[in-house]
Design a protein around this ligand. Structure first.
Ligand code: ZN
Length: 344
């Protein structure tokens, strides 16, 4: 593949301190609470507050988030110096996507029983905090990617959240907040959201249905949640039981032409691992190797065209937390390969 060192060297290679200062003047969304020394490795965004307590036996695998970082460091995929720590997403930032009423109710615990059932989570101060840090993480990954070419968070991809309500384990739409922040801070900027989580990114599709600067592309299992789909700019609905080869051909059939025609300035990539054959909520049959090839293909294809990518982990469901966290770390491993091969 083409070496992209020269492509990104044309972009300003800012020191972190300057990056933060520049970002703050152009867009108040972007900032980090901890200034990191410049590391030559893939930037990985993580916060210890990505996680919160849930009732015993709750089916959402909340403990996976710190385990993803644990395995990346233990397996020497990254070092701690590569970790960027986001700030909590401000209410101002969230108002770019969510309604005033919803944010007020969500932040202050005025979500009724029925609304809580729809989200799958009982309300708590902890869940509000974790969602806001997760959103801050996706925003930071996007900003770091603009300057470094590639960045990954260890959470994110809450694509079922709508402006005025949460749904399907998603309370704030981090992808939408990040995309909105990117287009607001630079009027001609275009963002492509590549959503390969097994479920349709219905909240994101709804939020950007009238927004020409954001293109939503979703490949999902047609018979899976949500029952009532929204219309993305490009929806590819696949059948139950799809395996690696056919799945990859599906992605390959659409991504290059989208990049050529829409010409995004940044890609937000939702690398959900729920298309995996062992996933409790997915209905497809991808293997670990298939997911790796998918992530590698997406990031290489985009980055080799000089377009930055910010990746989030998306959905993944298993009672075996370590197995699941390792599966989620596939995207960071693939990103590390792209980073090295491309001399970024
Ligand atoms: Zn999913």
């Amino acid at each position: 593949m083409t070496c992209i060192r020269h492509m990104f060297s044309k972009r300003p290679r800012l020191k972190v301190g300057r990056l933060l200062g520049a970002a703050l003047t152009s867009c108040r969304c972007f900032h980090a609470e901890l200034v990191r020394p410049e590391s030559s490795g893939l930037p990985v965004v993580h916060h210890s507050q990505y996680v919160c307590d849930l009732p015993a036996n709750h089916r959402f695998p909340m403990e996976k988030f710190p385990r993803v970082l644990h395995f990346l460091i233990k397996d020497q995929v990254i070092t701690e110096k590569q970790v960027w720590v986001p700030e909590i997403a401000s209410e101002e930032l969230l108002r770019g996507v969510h309604t005033e009423e919803y944010l007020n109710n969500f932040i202050n615990g005025k979500i009724n029983e029925q609304e809580q059932r729809r989200t799958g989570f009982p309300w708590s101060e902890g869940i509000v905090r974790r969602c806001r840090y997760e959103t801050g993480g996706t925003v930071l990954a996007a900003e770091v990617a603009l300057h470094r070419g590639l960045a990954c968070s260890t959470a994110g991809g809450t694509h079922h959240a709508f402006p005025s309500f949460g749904s399907g384990f998603c309370l704030l739409n981090d992808l939408a907040v990040a995309a909105k922040c990117l287009i607001s801070s630079s009027p001609r900027r275009k963002v492509l959201i590549v959503d390969l989580d097994v479920h349709q990114g219905d909240g994101t599709a709804f939020i950007f249905k009238e927004e020409p600067c954001v293109f939503t592309f979703s490949v999902h299992c047609g018979k899976n949640f949500p029952l009532r789909k929204q219309q993305s700019d490009l929806d590819v609905s696949v059948e139950d039981g799809l395996e690696d080869k056919e799945y990859l051909s599906t992605v390959e059939a659409h991504l290059p032409s989208l990049l050529e025609t829409f010409r995004p300035d940044l890609v937000l990539y939702d690398a959900g691992v729920d298309p995996h054959w062992e996933d409790e909520l997915g209905r497809l049959r991808l293997t670990d190797q298939g997911l790796y090839r998918r992530d590698l293909y997406v990031m290489k294809t985009v980055v080799s065209r000089g377009i930055p990518v910010a990746a989030v982990i998306g959905g993944g469901y298993s009672r075996d937390i370590d197995k699941l966290a390792l599966r989620h770390s596939i995207v960071h491993r693939a990103a590390t390969q792209v980073w090295r091969e491309c001399g970024m």
